[in-house]
Write a protein that binds this ligand. Structure first.
Ligand SMILES: [Zn+2]
Length: 177
């Protein structure tokens, strides 16, 4: 069952649709699980939901398809030794299928953390510097997502996006309260 969320804070989760979108469509169970993730995190951390389902026939999906096409070409030019990552980074990654595939950003003390300052074109060296700085925080968030049924993308750049797929809620985690 999909939820359509506008910008703002919904049950503790901030929704900030990635341009040019103005809303995020997310699977109801996945969103409920994100709330469990939120409750597991320190109070000064907040999840920001930026992308969910983008139906194939929509203007948004067409925009994303064109962006990915141009992005693939640019990425191949910039990173000649990372061609094997092109499909992982520029695939639809399930966003065209349903709202169980989401992108998450992280807010620390009211400030959005930027792990990819130039999006997926951020060099791995820059990424590594940021990951090192926020290693414990990332471990917290990734651990909570994993326990609450989300699989984080295996590609290092996508994992900082943070692209994850809602698989299922582990019943053992329901007794946390
Ligand atoms: Zn994604």
């Amino acid at each position: 069952m999909p939820l359509v969320l506008n910008s703002g804070v919904h049950f503790g989760i901030k929704v900030a649709p990635r341009w040019p979108s103005t809303r995020v469509i997310v699977d109801e169970a996945a969103f409920a699980s994100l709330q469990l993730v939120h409750l597991r995190l320190p109070r000064n951390l907040r999840l920001i939901l930026t992308r969910g389902h983008e139906p194939r026939s929509s203007y948004l999906s067409i925009h994303r398809t064109l962006s990915r096409y141009a992005g693939r070409k640019l990425f191949r030019l910039l990173f000649s030794n990372r061609h094997n990552e092109v499909d992982e980074i520029f695939g639809a990654n399930g966003h065209d299928l349903d709202g169980t595939h989401v992108d998450i950003s992280i807010e620390l003390d009211g400030r959005r953390l930027s792990f990819l300052p130039v999006s997926v074109f951020t060099p791995l060296r820059w990424q590594a510097r940021r990951v090192k700085k926020y290693r414990l925080l990332l471990e917290d968030v990734r651990g909570a997502l994993s326990i609450c049924g989300f699989q984080i993308h295996q590609n290092p750049t996508e994992s900082l996006q943070v692209h994850c797929d809602f698989v299922r809620l582990n019943p053992n985690t329901m007794d946390w309260a």
